[in-house]
Write a protein that binds this ligand. Sequence first.
Ligand SMILES: NC(=O)C1=CN([C@@H]2O[C@H](COP(=O)(O)OP(=O)(O)OC[C@H]3O[C@@H](n4cnc5c(N)ncnc54)[C@H](OP(=O)(O)O)[C@@H]3O)[C@@H](O)[C@H]2O)C=CC1
Ligand SMILES: O=C(O)C1=N[C@H](C(=O)O)C[C@H](O)C1
Length: 271
Amino acid sequence: MTAIPDLPIAVAGATGRMGHMLIEAILAADDTRLAGALDIAGSPALGQDASAWLGQTSGVAVSSDLHAGLKNARFLIDFTRPEGTLAHLKVCRELGVKAVIGTTGFSDAQKAEIADIAKDIAIVMAPNMSVGVNVTLKLLQMAAQALSTGYDIEIIEAHHRHKVDAPSGTALKMGEVIAEAIGRDLKECAVYERYGHTGERDPSTIGFSTIRGGDIVGDHTVLFAGIGERIEVTHKSSSRATYAQGSLRAVRFLAKQQRGLFDMFDVLGLR
Ligand SMILES: NC(=O)C1=CN([C@@H]2O[C@H](COP(=O)(O)OP(=O)(O)OC[C@H]3O[C@@H](n4cnc5c(N)ncnc54)[C@H](OP(=O)(O)O)[C@@H]3O)[C@@H](O)[C@H]2O)C=CC1
Ligand SMILES: O=C(O)C1=N[C@H](C(=O)O)C[C@H](O)C1
């Protein structure tokens, strides 16, 4: 009989929307164990049991002490804010804790810092952990190659009213994948705003539109608009559970890696 693996995981952003989903998923899975729960200093949940909100006792208290929160963990799952993620990763590097990063909104300089930390520890970083979105990215690669001329490309995303970054990390990733597939550089061709007398659309651009409202979990559409027809590739999330399950798949993948920076294409075998 083979032993079931024991994967001790700390969650950063433990009281956030994703933090709660992750704690629930870690407690429910056979091979994972909650080994730490981090939240920002000043959070009213500090000192409380990390699964008290579920009516359960995990035996893990929410802490803002990064060393205390990570010392019993082999993995960190981080869905917080870029500055928080970087602070957490520095302690992960020191303690040899592998990390799954779901946080979005990193600057180029922050991404370079993460790549540097990944020289010492294994990291999976992806703006969207759902299987569906990552398969959609593959579909977009193919669609963009086939529709590279004669079709205007627009990316439309919608999220809940609490989201703080725009466009979403997923929309930006879609833009990067499409731009790469058709030999463009997203930094040079992205249009993030239109207002007033914009002039006609430049066919070499990729446009982004952002909607924020209510409790929308996450919708993304890529529109390829041609003459006489248009193609829309849409993904809609109706539950954050898909992000949590994808994050656990990333942890299982990391269990076999020593160091390096990976994404969900690596985890899902889509590269
Ligand atoms: N990759 C993916 O699949 C997905 C990515 N995301 C991304 O994950 C991130 C979190 O999303 P969500 O859970 O909805 O956000 P929430 O605001 O609900 O949760 C964020 C958590 O992080 C804490 N936090 C905020 N700032 C810091 C900091 N500087 N240091 C440490 N902790 C901090 C918050 O504490 P407090 O509330 O006390 O401020 C809270 O517990 C976002 O970047 C979002 O875009 C979201 C869903 C899926
Ligand atoms: O903040 C969110 O909620 C989400 N953020 C991620 C993003 O920015 O792409 C992933 C998902 O869309 C939900």
